[in-house]
Design a protein around this ligand. Structure first.
Ligand SMILES: C[S@@+](CC[C@H](N)C(=O)[O-])C[C@H]1O[C@@H](n2cnc3c(N)ncnc32)[C@H](O)[C@@H]1O
Length: 254
């Protein structure tokens, strides 16, 4: 077996572990259980209450995010928006309200149960300018240069191939497009033992890159003006001194 084949199998294992974790959470909301918002108990997603109040309670509470990428994106009517790892659809619905009927929002997620939840929430919110596609953020089911703004909320840390995600984001954005995400990064490299802990990884902790590596990988994909807008402590990595932070990052494709 070649080194590439070994890495490929590890990526599939991570996708399966993460998909299983979020499939359970989505299925429980689809079956009527009360929401337990955000990736972990310690985060507050940071949305303005008046934004959430415009959505049905079910949709507003179906959140596993770690920040508010929608306000960072400063969306305008008519824009085409893509959300990487759209989950229950909250950021897509907030974005759909902002871009209006002349705009369009696409959410991509690899977990079928999350896609069902997102479609249900969009229908409850009465929004028709949003769609949800099944796919991986490392190989987006989206046409090149077709998107004005990319959002993502607490998802890229879960990817086993983050540079591929940033390259795909660069491919699908049009020139002048904006990348505005909320995600988890660490202050130092995550120990290998923690990286192998699929529960901590699926909980958005031990899959994190260091902040410096995260910003470099975005730049390496071709983005300019890469900037951390804000940063908040998130969690300590189990059995280590490593700390993770929820950051909001913006960048542009020129
Ligand atoms: C922590 S939840 C965040 C969901 C949503 N962004 C939110 O803020 O509520 C992570 C979501 O990303 C999806 N996901 C994780 N890795 C993915 C990947 N490689 N490709 C596509 N979706 C992925 C999961 O299925 C899950 O719905």
């Amino acid at each position: 077996m070649t080194t590439n084949e070994v890495i490929q199998i590890e990526n599939i294992d991570i996708h399966n572990a993460v998909r299983g974790h979020y499939a359970e959470r989505a299925a429980s909301l689809l079956e009527g259980a009360p929401a337990a918002p955000c990736c972990g108990d310690s985060c507050s997603c940071g949305y303005a209450a008046e934004e959430l109040d415009r959505l049905p309670a079910d949709a507003a509470q179906a959140s596993w995010g770690c920040g508010d990428p929608v306000s960072l994106a400063a969306l305008q009517p008519g824009q085409r928006v893509l959300d990487l790892g759209s989950g229950g659809g909250l950021d897509c619905l907030l974005a759909a309200q902002k871009v209006g009927e002349s705009g369009w929002v696409i959410g991509v997620d690899m977990t079928p149960e999350m896609l069902s939840l997102a479609w249900r929430n969009a229908a409850k919110a009465g929004l028709r300018n949003v769609e949800f596609r099944h796919g991986h953020i490392e190989k987006l089911p989206v046409e090149s240069a077709s998107i004005d703004v990319i959002l993502s909320n607490c998802v890229i840390n879960l990817s086993p191939d983050k540079p591929a995600v940033f390259r795909e984001a660069q491919r699908v954005l049009r020139a002048g497009g904006k990348f505005a995400v909320s995600d988890i990064v660490s202050d130092s490299p995550i120990p290998a033992s923690a990286q192998a802990d699929m529960i901590s990884l699926a909980g958005c902790v031990s899959g994190a890159m260091t902040e410096a590596d995260y910003l470099s990988a975005i730049q390496a994909a071709g983005f300019d003006d890469v900037r951390v807008a804000d940063r908040k402590h998130y969690a300590q990595v189990p059995d280590s001194d490593v700390q993770t932070y929820s950051v909001r990052v913006e960048a542009y494709k020129h």
